[in-house]
Design a protein around this ligand. Structure first.
Ligand SMILES: NC(=O)N[C@@H](CC(=O)O)C(=O)O
Length: 450
């Protein structure tokens, strides 16, 4: 067993409170929280002036393996994740081939067990062809997160073109149905309008008018209608408009909600005014919209209509990004910078540390029923992140860890820095250095009764 680690006199931000305390890690678990005297054989970390949070659980990333490893892979992106204080992630099924059956799912878990520094869960994708098959699978047990997640996305989004199929899914599936919610038929009509005027090189500032508020709102409204009709468990991924926030409730605890949603960091951080400077580097689906939308999303996050913060970390090579509008890939990397972005909002007085912890650490664990993680509790896994709120640094090529080698935040100065990250009790990131001998684990889920 590794040396017990005592983090002394640290401000622990956890479960709605911040207090100075000591935290003792023994093996892969949090052994004790309180006033703990150092003993011979302990490794002691001086936490004075620093803040300790549960490791971030990013509920939506695209780490691109297998099949798209020229953009990213489970090793490179999990390294970027832990450097950013992210100790667990849930990866989406739009890898190649798409993760549409149990063999492909098992393959992902196998690769991650060899390569990932962070803990991992993989969602299963669904399309017109595998629906009946998925419904018959007993996906409990080993498959962890995947028994609880389904995902739809991209062109030919079935919300738009297969309402009959949605009806069947919502009436039969009991796990979390996670949806990328934009009506493709509206998007396609808008694309034609702009294509006629500008050809292939539509100015990217029109992206939020093509992937419009209406496209988002109508898809989300329809999905919620179906979920309510069938009592299904629906999660809307990366909400991007203020208007949609009115469709969600905040009068019941998350653990009792059947309809939940999240906001991704870029929809809080950027606005349409940034297209002029950043161009297609900030082309995402759903699109970055207006300041009013960013403000409305933050407000809904603070008043609990929005349940989680994710990144939708979606790396592409610079070459794939810097193309004319219609060829430029949507998506950008973020997982290394999500926590420091939110800490910057804290510095600006927009959000508390307790709320950041709730939305990035506690709530993903509650929503996906992740076992013994997401909170700093005795007996839980020691997934922890230590941050210094006053250690400014600037994002630049020399410190970007993404395989694609770029970030939409290049040139941004953050006041806060992640200094240490523990995953399952192992100190994997320490002041810019990685200890790569220990690998992450597959996330496990609580039984439904918990
Ligand atoms: N969010 C994005 O803009 N891109 C995602 C796919 C998706 O969610 O549409 C990707 O995988 O690149």
């Amino acid at each position: 067993m590794s040396t017990p680690t005592l983090i002394q006199q640290v401000t622990l931000v956890n479960e709605g409170q911040s207090q100075v305390t000591d935290v003792l890690i023994v093996g892969e678990r949090i052994h004790q929280i309180g006033s703990i005297p150092a003993q011979d054989g302990f490794r002691v970390i001086d936490g004075r002036g620093k803040f300790l949070l549960p490791g971030v659980i990013d509920g939506q990333v695209h780490f691109r393996e297998p099949g798209l490893t020229h953009k990213a892979d489970l090793h490179s992106e999990s390294k970027a994740a832990v450097a950013g204080g992210v100790t667990s992630f849930i990866d989406m099924p739009n890898t190649r081939p798409n993760t549409l059956n149990l063999e492909l799912l098992a393959e992902k878990y196998q690769i991650a067990s060899q390569k990932s520094l962070a803990n991992y869960g993989f969602l299963l994708g669904i399309n017109g062809k595998n629906l009946d098959e998925v419904m018959q699978w007993d996906t409990s047990g080993l498959l962890a997160i995947t028994d609880d997640g389904l995902y739809f996305s991209g062109k030919g989004n079935i919300l738009a073109d297969r309402p009959d199929m949605l009806e069947r899914i919502f009436s039969r599936y009991k796990g979390v149905i996670a949806i990328h919610s934009e009506k493709e038929e509206i998007v396609e009509k808008n694309e034609e309008i702009y294509r006629e005027q500008y050809g292939e090189d539509v100015p990217v500032k029109f992206h939020p008018l093509i992937r419009s508020e209406q496209a988002c709102y109508e898809a989300t409204e329809r999905a919620i209608g179906l979920a309510e009709k069938h009592g299904a468990r629906l999660h809307i991924l990366h909400l991007s408009t203020a208007k949609e926030t009115a469709l969600f409730r905040n009068d019941i605890p998350l653990s009792e909600k059947k309809i939940t949603t999240e906001v991704s960091v870029h929809h809080l951080w950027f606005t349409d005014l940034d297209y002029e400077k950043k161009g297609t580097l900030i082309k995402w689906n759903p699109a970055i919209k207006t300041q009013k939308d960013a403000d409305g999303l933050l407000e809904a996050l603070l008043d609990d209509r929005i349940d989680l913060i994710t990144t939708d970390h979606a790396p592409h090579t610079l070459e794939e990004k810097l193309k004319p509008y219609f060829q430029s890939m949507s998506g950008a990397p973020l997982v290394q910078h999500s926590l420091v972005c939110l800490l910057e909002f804290f510095h600006q007085g927009k959000i508390s540390l307790e709320k950041i912890t709730e939305k990035m650490c506690h709530n993903p664990a509650i929503l996906y029923r992740i076992k013994e993680r997401g909170f700093v509790r005795e007996g839980y896994f020691a997934d922890l992140v230590l941050v210094d709120l006053n250690q400014p640094w600037t994002v630049g090529k020399e410190n970007i860890l993404y395989k694609c080698g770029w970030s939409p935040l290049e040139g941004t100065t953050f006041h806060s820095q992640v200094t240490h990250t523990w995953v399952n009790g192992n100190l994997v990131f320490e002041e810019g250095t990685f200890h790569e001998n220990a690998k992450g684990k597959a996330l496990e889920v609580w039984d439904l009764k918990n």
